[in-house]
Design a protein around this ligand. Structure first.
Ligand code: PGA
Length: 246
């Protein structure tokens, strides 16, 4: 177990102000049983400011789920990195497969967002991962390689970057990649990142149906530095069990 482990919860488009009871339970649980891993919660942007008041002075940091690459301007419906920071976020998830698929985000666009996010003082959780078709075609590693290569721009600060390997077919499906597949991809990402950022260690999280009952095995795989958790982060009791497994 290392202290640079990270467990991040991605609430996606779930949660209302009333969900603050889950945040209160999370904080209480971490007080009772402190975590060696860092804990980040990424609620919808509307909940960042109210949740920031709750987590101040606790072990929980907040993150956004996406941001625009410009700091401000005529971009109806978008939220910028400085706005997330202003609302209390320390992190932002970028390049999640739901953004890449449903919003047609390319790695080139993600790279612009990454630069903007780090420019605003946010740490970035950069998601990469292949689809089932791509894995079936034997292209999983090539896809992740290309996403890493293109989504991380020149000038990126390794100290403010975490990568999350999330095979698209494992997200929200209850299907976790096998320990062998996870080990192979994390080993690949690890050596790519070590080459890209000589001397600085960028953590690699696993994401995709991480649950209390598979967390220990998944987090025990070589080169897995933590987890990005979707569905199971919505309930504090489940999220706490995953944090305890780190
Ligand atoms: P899941 O989502 O844990 O619900 O599969 C993970 C993610 O999309 O980050």
């Amino acid at each position: 177990m290392t202290s640079d482990r990270l467990i991040a919860g991605n609430w996606k488009m779930n949660g209302l102000l009333a969900s603050k009871t889950e945040v209160e339970s999370l904080i209480a649980g971490l007080k009772a049983q402190p975590s060696k891993a860092g804990v980040v919660l990424c609620p919808p942007a509307t909940l960042l400011a109210p949740f920031a008041a709750l987590v101040r002075g606790t072990a929980v940091a907040l993150g956004g789920q996406d941001c625009h690459f410009e700091n401000s301007g005529a971009f109806t419906g978008d939220v910028s990195a400085p706005m997330l920071k202003d609302a209390g976020a320390a992190y932002v998830i970028l390049g999640h497969s739901e953004r890449r698929t449903l919003h047609k985000e390319t790695s080139e666009l993600v790279a612009k967002k990454l630069a903007a996010a780090q420019g605003a003082g946010l740490k970035v959780i950069l998601c990469v991962g292949e689809t089932l078709d791509e894995r079936g075609a034997g292209r999983a590693e090539a896809v992740v390689h290309s996403q890493l290569e293109t989504s991380i721009p020149d000038g990126t600060d390794a100290g403010a970057l975490v990568v999350a390997y999330e095979p698209v077919w494992a997200i929200g499906t209850g299907r976790v990649a096998s320990p062998e597949d996870i080990a192979a991809m994390h080993g690949f990402a690890r050596s790519w990142l070590d080459r890209r950022f000589a001397g600085a260690r960028v953590g690699v999280l696993y994401g995709g149906s991480v649950k209390p009952d598979n967390a220990r095995e998944t987090l025990g795989v070589a080169n897995v530095d933590g987890a990005l958790v979707g569905g199971a982060s919505l309930k504090a009791a489940d999220f706490l069990k995953i944090i305890a497994a780190a």
